[in-house]
Design a protein around this ligand. Structure first.
Ligand SMILES: Nc1ncnc2c1ncn2[C@@H]1O[C@H](COP(=O)(O)OP(=O)(O)O)[C@@H](O)[C@H]1O
Ligand SMILES: Nc1ccn([C@@H]2O[C@H](COP(=O)(O)OP(=O)(O)O)[C@@H](O)[C@H]2O)c(=O)n1
Length: 242
């Protein structure tokens, strides 16, 4: 593909439906890098909490479930996997029950401390093995990797984001009205931005990229330019053609 390979960490943050997952996955795949979906990790812990029947308003109970859960998050950009207690939960964690409960679970400080530690371990391992990783979430540039050489904060109008999400939901067989999807997006925006620990916000040194009027290819091209501008590309080693 001729782009070279990613060296270092790209931190990609922003609210729901801005294109983080789609863009991060493609960026990593195109640059021979790993990909970490931190939202999937919060979703998996949330699924464990729901299965355990623990009250979402009981932070100690939620924290205990998070401690006991065995979570394995993969970093292959072509096949992002999430295992909870040995079970592949990649589909279930995208369902409406988890989406409804994930913000309160991810606001529990012990849950965040535990997952951030695990994310840093995964990132260090990926850097040692592959040299580069694209990490996507809400607090990557502010809390997980504050010294990342490139931080991008994706934004887009709530209506555009809700439209994308509704289209995505219907493509995967989940029917929901645009109004309900917009309400969910706005509810999570508010919850994630106002929580006490690591609220959703752009790091002071993040590049803000508004994707409202971009398509996925445009978003990806803008990210690719930023990676190059920040000097994060190396020529692939051991191959004549990249
Ligand atoms: N720039 C974009 N323009 C239009 N649609 C997009 C764009 N980026 C992503 N999408 C689509 O919107 C949906 C949500 O994107 P996703 O990457 O899951 O967002 P996020 O991870 O920020 O929640 C996906 O179906 C994706 O293909
Ligand atoms: N780094 C992160 C990633 C996700 N989250 C939480 O996890 C939820 C789901 O994240 P996600 O990235 O899967 O959500 P979508 O934007 O894909 O719907 C978010 O609404 C946040 O509450 C977080 O707190 N910190």
């Amino acid at each position: 593909m001729g782009h070279g390979e990613l060296r270092g960490v790209v931190a990609l943050d922003g609210p729901s439906g801005t294109g983080k997952s789609s863009a991060a996955r493609r960026l990593a795949a195109g640059l021979g890098a790993r990909y970490l979906d931190t939202g999937a990790m919060y979703r998996a812990v949330t699924l464990a909490v729901l299965r355990a029947g623990v009250d979402l308003a009981d932070p100690a109970g939620v924290a205990k479930v998070a401690r006991d859960a065995v979570l394995v998050q993969g970093t292959d950009p072509n096949r992002s996997t999430t295992f909870l207690d040995g079970e592949d939960v990649g589909t279930e964690i995208r369902g409406p029950e988890v989406t409804l409960a994930v913000s309160p679970v991810s606001a529990v400080p012990e849950v965040r401390a535990q997952l951030v530690a695990e994310q840093r371990r995964i990132i260090a391992e990926a850097l040692a093995e592959a040299g580069g990783i694209v990490v996507e979430g809400r607090d990557i540039g502010t809390a997980v990797v504050p010294d990342a050489p490139l931080k991008v904060y994706l934004t887009a109008d709530a209506e555009a984001r809700a439209q994308r999400r509704a289209k995505q939901d219907s493509a995967s067989g989940r029917q929901s009205t645009l109004d309900a999807t917009l309400a969910d997006v706005q509810r999570r925006d508010t919850y994630d931005s106002t929580r006490a620990v690591s609220p959703l916000r752009a790091a002071g040194d993040a590049v803000v990229l508004d994707t409202t009027s971009l398509d996925l290819a445009g978003t990806l091209a803008a990210l690719m330019d930023l990676v190059g501008d920040h000097g994060l590309l190396a020529q692939p080693s051991g191959r004549v053609h990249g």
